[in-house]
Write a protein that binds this ligand. Structure first.
Ligand code: SF4
Length: 341
Protein backbone atom coordinates (compact mmCIF):
# COMPACT_ATOMS: atom_id res chain seq x y z
CA UNK A 1 0.00 0.00 0.00
CA UNK A 2 1.28 3.47 -0.87
CA UNK A 3 0.49 5.90 1.97
CA UNK A 4 0.63 9.54 0.88
CA UNK A 5 1.25 11.81 3.90
CA UNK A 6 -0.41 15.21 3.86
CA UNK A 7 1.02 17.15 6.81
CA UNK A 8 -1.16 19.59 8.71
CA UNK A 9 1.39 20.33 11.44
CA UNK A 10 -0.12 21.36 14.75
CA UNK A 11 -3.40 22.30 13.14
CA UNK A 12 -6.44 21.77 15.32
CA UNK A 13 -4.32 21.33 18.46
CA UNK A 14 -5.87 23.17 21.40
CA UNK A 15 -2.46 23.52 23.11
CA UNK A 16 1.14 22.37 22.88
CA UNK A 17 1.92 18.99 24.39
CA UNK A 18 5.16 19.12 26.32
CA UNK A 19 7.16 16.92 23.94
CA UNK A 20 5.80 18.29 20.69
CA UNK A 21 7.28 20.52 18.07
CA UNK A 22 5.49 19.32 14.94
CA UNK A 23 7.30 21.83 12.75
CA UNK A 24 10.59 20.04 13.50
CA UNK A 25 9.11 16.56 13.35
CA UNK A 26 7.36 17.04 10.01
CA UNK A 27 9.79 19.61 8.59
CA UNK A 28 6.84 21.77 7.55
CA UNK A 29 5.55 25.13 8.69
CA UNK A 30 2.50 25.19 10.93
CA UNK A 31 0.62 28.08 9.37
CA UNK A 32 -2.89 26.99 8.49
CA UNK A 33 -3.14 26.40 4.76
CA UNK A 34 -5.84 28.42 3.09
CA UNK A 35 -5.85 26.32 -0.05
CA UNK A 36 -6.76 22.82 1.09
CA UNK A 37 -7.60 21.67 -2.40
CA UNK A 38 -4.24 22.90 -3.71
CA UNK A 39 -2.33 21.29 -0.82
CA UNK A 40 -4.01 17.91 -1.25
CA UNK A 41 -3.95 17.95 -5.07
CA UNK A 42 -0.27 18.85 -5.37
CA UNK A 43 0.82 16.40 -2.64
CA UNK A 44 -1.18 13.49 -4.04
CA UNK A 45 -0.20 14.17 -7.66
CA UNK A 46 3.48 14.37 -6.71
CA UNK A 47 3.37 11.01 -4.94
CA UNK A 48 1.28 9.31 -7.60
CA UNK A 49 3.74 10.55 -10.23
CA UNK A 50 6.68 9.04 -8.31
CA UNK A 51 5.17 5.65 -7.73
CA UNK A 52 3.60 4.06 -10.79
CA UNK A 53 3.63 0.44 -9.63
CA UNK A 54 1.15 0.66 -6.80
CA UNK A 55 -1.85 -1.44 -5.95
CA UNK A 56 -3.64 0.44 -3.21
CA UNK A 57 -3.21 4.08 -2.22
CA UNK A 58 -4.20 5.81 0.99
CA UNK A 59 -4.06 9.53 1.77
CA UNK A 60 -3.00 10.20 5.38
CA UNK A 61 -3.51 13.46 7.24
CA UNK A 62 -0.75 13.52 9.85
CA UNK A 63 0.91 15.98 12.18
CA UNK A 64 -2.09 17.71 13.71
CA UNK A 65 -5.39 17.01 15.43
CA UNK A 66 -7.63 16.51 12.43
CA UNK A 67 -10.96 16.15 14.19
CA UNK A 68 -10.30 19.16 16.43
CA UNK A 69 -10.39 21.37 13.33
CA UNK A 70 -13.68 23.16 12.64
CA UNK A 71 -16.02 20.79 10.80
CA UNK A 72 -15.96 22.97 7.64
CA UNK A 73 -12.16 22.71 7.51
CA UNK A 74 -12.28 18.93 7.99
CA UNK A 75 -14.84 18.75 5.19
CA UNK A 76 -12.70 20.93 2.95
CA UNK A 77 -9.63 18.67 3.38
CA UNK A 78 -11.63 15.47 2.91
CA UNK A 79 -13.51 16.87 -0.10
CA UNK A 80 -10.18 17.61 -1.75
CA UNK A 81 -9.36 13.86 -1.73
CA UNK A 82 -12.70 12.75 -3.22
CA UNK A 83 -11.83 13.36 -6.93
CA UNK A 84 -8.85 10.98 -6.53
CA UNK A 85 -11.11 8.38 -4.93
CA UNK A 86 -13.73 8.70 -7.67
CA UNK A 87 -11.01 8.36 -10.32
CA UNK A 88 -9.80 5.14 -8.63
CA UNK A 89 -6.33 6.57 -7.89
CA UNK A 90 -6.85 6.60 -4.12
CA UNK A 91 -8.85 4.01 -2.18
CA UNK A 92 -9.02 5.35 1.37
CA UNK A 93 -8.10 8.04 3.89
CA UNK A 94 -6.43 7.77 7.30
CA UNK A 95 -5.84 10.49 9.86
CA UNK A 96 -4.41 11.07 13.28
CA UNK A 97 -6.15 13.00 16.03
CA UNK A 98 -6.52 13.54 19.76
CA UNK A 99 -8.67 11.19 21.84
CA UNK A 100 -10.76 14.04 23.26
CA UNK A 101 -11.85 15.20 19.80
CA UNK A 102 -13.64 12.14 18.54
CA UNK A 103 -16.98 10.50 19.29
CA UNK A 104 -19.61 8.41 17.51
CA UNK A 105 -20.94 11.39 15.55
CA UNK A 106 -17.46 12.36 14.31
CA UNK A 107 -16.78 8.75 13.30
CA UNK A 108 -19.94 8.67 11.18
CA UNK A 109 -18.92 11.94 9.49
CA UNK A 110 -15.47 10.50 8.72
CA UNK A 111 -16.88 7.28 7.29
CA UNK A 112 -19.15 9.21 4.94
CA UNK A 113 -16.00 10.83 3.55
CA UNK A 114 -14.10 7.58 2.88
CA UNK A 115 -11.96 7.69 6.01
CA UNK A 116 -11.17 4.09 6.93
CA UNK A 117 -8.45 4.46 9.60
CA UNK A 118 -8.10 6.69 12.65
CA UNK A 119 -4.92 6.87 14.72
CA UNK A 120 -5.32 8.20 18.25
CA UNK A 121 -2.46 9.98 20.00
CA UNK A 122 -2.87 8.04 23.23
CA UNK A 123 0.79 8.23 24.37
CA UNK A 124 0.08 6.76 27.83
CA UNK A 125 -2.89 5.46 29.77
CA UNK A 126 -1.56 6.79 33.07
CA UNK A 127 -3.28 10.04 34.08
CA UNK A 128 -0.19 11.22 35.97
CA UNK A 129 1.90 10.87 32.82
CA UNK A 130 -0.75 12.57 30.66
CA UNK A 131 -0.90 15.48 33.06
CA UNK A 132 2.89 15.84 33.14
CA UNK A 133 2.89 15.75 29.33
CA UNK A 134 0.37 18.65 29.21
CA UNK A 135 -1.93 16.51 27.10
CA UNK A 136 -5.14 18.08 28.36
CA UNK A 137 -7.12 14.83 28.30
CA UNK A 138 -7.42 11.75 30.48
CA UNK A 139 -6.83 8.04 29.97
CA UNK A 140 -10.62 7.57 30.14
CA UNK A 141 -10.95 9.90 27.11
CA UNK A 142 -8.60 7.61 25.19
CA UNK A 143 -10.52 4.46 26.13
CA UNK A 144 -13.83 6.05 25.14
CA UNK A 145 -12.38 7.36 21.85
CA UNK A 146 -10.88 3.97 20.97
CA UNK A 147 -14.26 2.30 21.52
CA UNK A 148 -16.01 4.88 19.31
CA UNK A 149 -13.52 4.27 16.49
CA UNK A 150 -13.75 0.47 16.73
CA UNK A 151 -17.55 0.43 17.12
CA UNK A 152 -17.86 2.55 13.98
CA UNK A 153 -15.97 -0.15 12.05
CA UNK A 154 -12.98 2.10 11.43
CA UNK A 155 -9.45 0.73 11.66
CA UNK A 156 -8.07 1.78 15.05
CA UNK A 157 -4.46 2.86 15.42
CA UNK A 158 -2.87 3.80 18.73
CA UNK A 159 0.24 5.91 19.13
CA UNK A 160 2.33 5.44 22.28
CA UNK A 161 5.32 7.24 23.77
CA UNK A 162 7.58 5.49 26.27
CA UNK A 163 9.84 7.73 28.33
CA UNK A 164 7.46 10.61 29.09
CA UNK A 165 7.90 12.55 32.37
CA UNK A 166 6.51 10.66 35.41
CA UNK A 167 6.45 7.35 33.56
CA UNK A 168 7.70 4.27 35.39
CA UNK A 169 8.21 0.74 34.08
CA UNK A 170 4.97 -0.13 35.89
CA UNK A 171 2.93 2.56 34.17
CA UNK A 172 4.39 1.67 30.75
CA UNK A 173 3.50 -2.00 31.11
CA UNK A 174 0.08 -1.17 32.57
CA UNK A 175 -0.50 1.03 29.50
CA UNK A 176 0.46 -1.86 27.21
CA UNK A 177 -1.97 -4.20 28.99
CA UNK A 178 -4.82 -1.68 28.68
CA UNK A 179 -4.01 -1.04 25.03
CA UNK A 180 -4.27 -4.79 24.39
CA UNK A 181 -7.78 -4.75 25.84
CA UNK A 182 -8.74 -2.01 23.36
CA UNK A 183 -7.78 -4.41 20.53
CA UNK A 184 -6.31 -1.85 18.13
CA UNK A 185 -5.55 -2.91 14.57
CA UNK A 186 -2.16 -1.23 14.66
CA UNK A 187 0.19 0.78 16.87
CA UNK A 188 3.07 3.21 16.47
CA UNK A 189 5.62 3.62 19.24
CA UNK A 190 7.73 6.75 19.49
CA UNK A 191 10.25 6.94 22.37
CA UNK A 192 10.17 10.43 23.86
CA UNK A 193 12.80 12.78 22.43
CA UNK A 194 13.78 16.27 23.53
CA UNK A 195 13.18 18.56 20.57
CA UNK A 196 14.19 22.21 20.63
CA UNK A 197 11.24 24.56 20.94
CA UNK A 198 9.20 22.09 23.00
CA UNK A 199 8.27 22.39 26.68
CA UNK A 200 10.43 19.36 27.34
CA UNK A 201 13.45 21.22 25.94
CA UNK A 202 12.98 23.88 28.63
CA UNK A 203 12.71 21.26 31.35
CA UNK A 204 15.75 19.45 29.97
CA UNK A 205 17.83 22.65 29.94
CA UNK A 206 16.75 23.41 33.51
CA UNK A 207 17.81 19.93 34.56
CA UNK A 208 14.25 18.86 35.34
CA UNK A 209 13.92 16.13 32.71
CA UNK A 210 16.24 13.35 31.65
CA UNK A 211 15.26 11.23 28.64
CA UNK A 212 15.50 7.44 28.80
CA UNK A 213 18.66 5.85 27.42
CA UNK A 214 18.80 4.13 24.05
CA UNK A 215 19.22 0.81 25.80
CA UNK A 216 16.07 1.32 27.89
CA UNK A 217 14.10 2.56 24.88
CA UNK A 218 15.07 -0.58 22.96
CA UNK A 219 14.14 -2.77 25.93
CA UNK A 220 10.72 -1.09 26.47
CA UNK A 221 9.88 -1.12 22.79
CA UNK A 222 11.17 -4.67 22.42
CA UNK A 223 8.82 -5.92 25.12
CA UNK A 224 5.96 -3.95 23.54
CA UNK A 225 6.81 -5.59 20.26
CA UNK A 226 6.62 -9.08 21.78
CA UNK A 227 3.28 -8.30 23.41
CA UNK A 228 1.71 -6.80 20.29
CA UNK A 229 3.17 -9.47 17.98
CA UNK A 230 1.70 -12.26 20.06
CA UNK A 231 -1.71 -10.52 20.00
CA UNK A 232 -1.54 -10.16 16.21
CA UNK A 233 -1.46 -6.34 16.42
CA UNK A 234 0.53 -4.75 13.63
CA UNK A 235 3.33 -2.34 14.59
CA UNK A 236 3.42 0.30 11.87
CA UNK A 237 6.49 2.10 13.16
CA UNK A 238 8.90 2.36 16.07
CA UNK A 239 10.87 5.60 16.36
CA UNK A 240 10.25 8.89 14.59
CA UNK A 241 10.80 9.14 10.85
CA UNK A 242 14.28 10.51 10.19
CA UNK A 243 14.39 14.01 8.76
CA UNK A 244 16.96 16.77 8.47
CA UNK A 245 14.90 19.20 10.54
CA UNK A 246 14.35 16.65 13.31
CA UNK A 247 18.07 15.89 13.50
CA UNK A 248 18.88 19.62 13.59
CA UNK A 249 16.43 20.30 16.42
CA UNK A 250 17.07 17.17 18.47
CA UNK A 251 18.60 18.00 21.86
CA UNK A 252 18.59 14.60 23.56
CA UNK A 253 16.87 11.24 23.71
CA UNK A 254 16.99 7.78 22.18
CA UNK A 255 16.97 8.73 18.50
CA UNK A 256 18.37 6.62 15.69
CA UNK A 257 17.20 6.74 12.07
CA UNK A 258 16.93 2.94 12.13
CA UNK A 259 15.49 2.64 15.65
CA UNK A 260 12.90 0.04 14.62
CA UNK A 261 15.64 -2.16 13.13
CA UNK A 262 17.59 -1.91 16.37
CA UNK A 263 14.57 -3.13 18.33
CA UNK A 264 14.05 -5.98 15.87
CA UNK A 265 17.74 -6.93 16.07
CA UNK A 266 17.54 -7.04 19.89
CA UNK A 267 14.51 -9.30 19.59
CA UNK A 268 16.48 -11.80 17.47
CA UNK A 269 19.42 -11.59 19.88
CA UNK A 270 17.21 -12.44 22.85
CA UNK A 271 15.74 -15.47 21.11
CA UNK A 272 19.02 -16.85 19.77
CA UNK A 273 20.93 -16.15 22.99
CA UNK A 274 18.46 -18.15 25.04
CA UNK A 275 18.70 -21.14 22.70
CA UNK A 276 22.48 -21.00 22.84
CA UNK A 277 22.50 -20.71 26.61
CA UNK A 278 20.18 -23.73 26.94
CA UNK A 279 22.12 -25.93 24.51
CA UNK A 280 24.43 -28.62 25.95
CA UNK A 281 28.20 -28.19 26.23
CA UNK A 282 30.25 -28.94 23.11
CA UNK A 283 27.23 -28.58 20.84
CA UNK A 284 26.72 -26.60 17.68
CA UNK A 285 23.41 -24.78 17.30
CA UNK A 286 22.36 -24.32 13.69
CA UNK A 287 19.79 -21.54 13.36
CA UNK A 288 17.59 -21.42 10.26
CA UNK A 289 15.68 -18.26 9.37
CA UNK A 290 13.94 -16.77 6.37
CA UNK A 291 16.38 -15.17 3.96
CA UNK A 292 14.37 -11.94 4.42
CA UNK A 293 15.31 -11.87 8.11
CA UNK A 294 19.08 -12.11 7.68
CA UNK A 295 19.89 -8.42 8.16
CA UNK A 296 17.60 -8.21 11.22
CA UNK A 297 19.17 -11.35 12.75
CA UNK A 298 22.71 -10.19 12.08
CA UNK A 299 21.91 -6.69 13.37
CA UNK A 300 23.33 -3.27 12.45
CA UNK A 301 27.10 -3.62 11.84
CA UNK A 302 26.76 -7.35 12.65
CA UNK A 303 26.29 -6.43 16.31
CA UNK A 304 24.24 -9.55 17.11
CA UNK A 305 26.81 -11.92 15.62
CA UNK A 306 29.59 -10.24 17.57
CA UNK A 307 27.53 -10.32 20.77
CA UNK A 308 26.73 -14.02 20.39
CA UNK A 309 30.43 -14.79 19.86
CA UNK A 310 31.34 -12.84 22.99
CA UNK A 311 28.62 -14.60 24.98
CA UNK A 312 29.88 -17.97 23.83
CA UNK A 313 33.37 -17.10 24.99
CA UNK A 314 32.49 -15.42 28.28
CA UNK A 315 28.98 -15.84 29.66
CA UNK A 316 28.60 -19.50 28.78
CA UNK A 317 31.77 -20.52 30.56
CA UNK A 318 33.53 -21.45 27.39
CA UNK A 319 31.87 -24.84 27.16
CA UNK A 320 32.98 -25.30 23.56
CA UNK A 321 29.71 -24.30 22.00
CA UNK A 322 29.33 -22.79 18.55
CA UNK A 323 26.57 -21.69 16.23
CA UNK A 324 25.89 -21.30 12.52
CA UNK A 325 23.24 -19.41 10.57
CA UNK A 326 21.39 -20.89 7.60
CA UNK A 327 18.51 -19.54 5.54
CA UNK A 328 15.41 -21.11 4.04
CA UNK A 329 13.43 -19.03 1.54
CA UNK A 330 10.27 -21.03 2.28
CA UNK A 331 10.16 -19.97 5.94
CA UNK A 332 7.77 -17.22 7.01
CA UNK A 333 9.40 -14.05 8.30
CA UNK A 334 10.06 -14.12 12.01
CA UNK A 335 10.45 -17.90 12.16
CA UNK A 336 13.47 -19.23 14.05
CA UNK A 337 14.19 -22.94 13.64
CA UNK A 338 17.19 -24.63 15.12
CA UNK A 339 18.89 -27.97 15.40
CA UNK A 340 21.57 -28.94 17.89
CA UNK A 341 24.42 -30.90 16.31
S1 SF4 B 1 1.28 15.92 20.18
FE1 SF4 B 1 -0.45 16.02 18.81
S2 SF4 B 1 -2.03 17.06 19.98
FE2 SF4 B 1 -0.09 17.51 21.02
S3 SF4 B 1 0.60 19.45 20.15
FE3 SF4 B 1 1.54 17.81 18.96
S4 SF4 B 1 0.21 17.44 17.21
FE4 SF4 B 1 -0.95 18.61 18.75
Amino acid sequence: MLVIPVFIPHQGCPQNCIFCNQVSISGQKSSACTDDEGLVRSTVNTWLGRSRRRKRVQVAFFGGSFTCLPRERQQSLLTAVQPFIHAGDVQSIRLSTRPDCIDNDVCEFLKKNHVTSVELGVQSLDDKVLQAAWRGHSAADSVRAAKSVSNAGLELGIQLMPGLPMETSGSWFATLRQVLQLQPDCVRIYPTLVIDGSGLATQFREGNFRPISMNRAIALCGRAREIFDSAGIKILRMGLQASESLEEQLLAGPYHPAFGEMVTARHWLKRSRKLLADSPAQSKVIFTISNRDVSAFVGPKRCNMKRLEVLLQQDLNNRNKSFALETDATLARGTLKYVIA
